[in-house]
Ligand binder design. Structure first.
Ligand SMILES: NC(=O)c1ccc[n+]([C@@H]2O[C@H](COP(=O)([O-])OP(=O)(O)OC[C@H]3O[C@@H](n4cnc5c(N)ncnc54)[C@H](OP(=O)(O)O)[C@@H]3O)[C@@H](O)[C@H]2O)c1
Length: 360
């Protein structure tokens, strides 16, 4: 299932004519209500500055949704103390820019603090433009003071239902496109809690469209074998390849694949300089793998950040990678990188070989 170039930046279920796109981006027409976002009046953008590049899309497994290979992960909007400081208005501008740039997939969670409310507040009038994914099993209300993620989870019917109702209220919508079981519980845990039965009932009630699993080793192979999940959310990047083959298996089983950690938490980017690393790896391990591989010598003019994102996009079984950012310039640069698509085949092959050695 390879990438398919679109002729416009379209919502996941309908195409926007190119001429309308140009007019909209040039500030000649603003044909929809922009909700509560301040300062969003039509701006004069010279046509010469309008980029005709688009982000490729893939079909998200058996959901059939046509999603951009770059999605948006909204965890960075959770607010302090767990996330960066960001004013509500800035978050609103960022979220609208996500859609204006053509991204049509947003991932959030009850566990991401203020994130769901911001999406509800600032994208309420654009709900049909994107595929909306959230999570279940998280406890409602704020985590205890001083607690650090991952927070405790409860996959019982009551908690899943009250969590979903809270998400729908916060997100100002009557349905989620995807509800993902958070934190990769065992099959035995979900059977004891009758979690799948609950999710199927919620789907029958029209409150969610598809079932997902945020899965990791050791339980992910079992999750795929259960054959009930339409989408898997899986961590992966050039320096975190533990789930590489399982991504392929998930797609082969008919599911969509959402890659998280697809830019290795920005660790290799110049502004981060390895001060943080991918979730799930010991401190310093990502940098150790990178340096040991010598992959940097292959990059030429390409930045480390561009290489890492395009490496993720090169995974043949990727549906989309939900990259997180709280910075509008980073968002735009990620879009520009995603528009370039996967790495050249020879670079990808050699980089994989070198990174393989460093990861073993
Ligand atoms: N299911 C789960 O258990 C789970 C766990 C974690 C995450 N997630 C989901 O996956 C999404 C992404 O996960 P993630 O945050 O772990 O990984 P990620 O997308 O690889 O990394 C996000 C980090 O990269 C930085 N970044 C992004 N673009 C950048 C750029 N152009 N230049 C420099 N830095 C850049 C961001 O910092 P800036 O703000 O400075 O740009 C942010 O700190 C989350 O938002 C969330 O939706 C799910």
């Amino acid at each position: 299932m390879g990438p398919r170039l679109r002729t416009s930046r379209a919502p996941f279920d309908r195409q926007e004519p190119l001429i309308k796109l140009l007019a909209r981006r040039a500030g000649e027409i603003i044909d929809r209500d922009r909700g509560q976002q301040p300062g969003r009046d039509a701006e004069e953008v010279p046509l010469a500055n309008v980029s005709l590049m688009t982000i490729a899309t893939h079909i998200l497994g058996r959901t059939g949704a046509d999603v951009t290979i770059l999605g948006y992960g909204a965890m960075e909007l959770r607010g302090q103390p767990w996330g960066p400081a960001i004013a509500d208005e800035d978050a609103g501008q960022l979220l609208n820019e996500v859609l204006d740039e053509g991204i049509n997939l947003i991932d959030t969670s009850i566990d991401y603090g203020h994130s769901e409310e911001l999406i509800g507040q600032y994208l309420v009038n654009r709900r049909d433009e994107y595929f909306l994914a959230s999570k279940c099993g998280c406890l409602i209300g704020d985590p205890p003071a001083g607690a650090t993620p991952p927070f405790p989870h409860d996959y019982s019917e009551n908690n899943v239902r009250v969590g979903l109702e809270q998400s729908l209220r916060r997100l100002k919508t009557d349905h989620l496109d995807l509800l993902q079981v958070h934190i990769s519980p065992s099959r035995a845990q979900m059977e004891a809690d009758e979690t799948i039965e609950t999710l199927e009932a919620l789907r029958d009630e029209g409150k969610i469209r598809f079932l997902g699993m945020s899965g990791t080793l050791p339980h992910l192979p079992d999750h795929i074998a259960m054959d009930v999940f339409d989408v898997f959310q899986i961590p992966y990047s050039a320096i975190q390849r533990e789930h590489e083959d399982l991504i392929t298996e998930a797609l082969a089983a008919g599911a969509g694949t959402l890659i998280r950690g697809g830019v290795a938490r920005g660790a290799p980017a110049e502004d981060k300089g390895w001060r943080q690393g991918p979730l799930g790896l010991a401190e310093g391990e990502g940098q150790r793998r990178w340096e040991l591989s010598g992959v940097e010598h292959l990059l030429g003019e390409m930045s480390r950040h561009e290489f890492v994102l395009r490496f993720t996009l090169s995974h043949p079984a990727l549906s989309s990678t939900i990259v997180g950012t709280s910075d509008i310039d980073h968002l735009r640069s990620n879009v520009a990188i995603a528009e370039k698509g996967p790495l050249p085949a020879d670079l990808y092959r050699e980089a994989k070989r070198r990174l393989e050695v460093a990861s073993s």
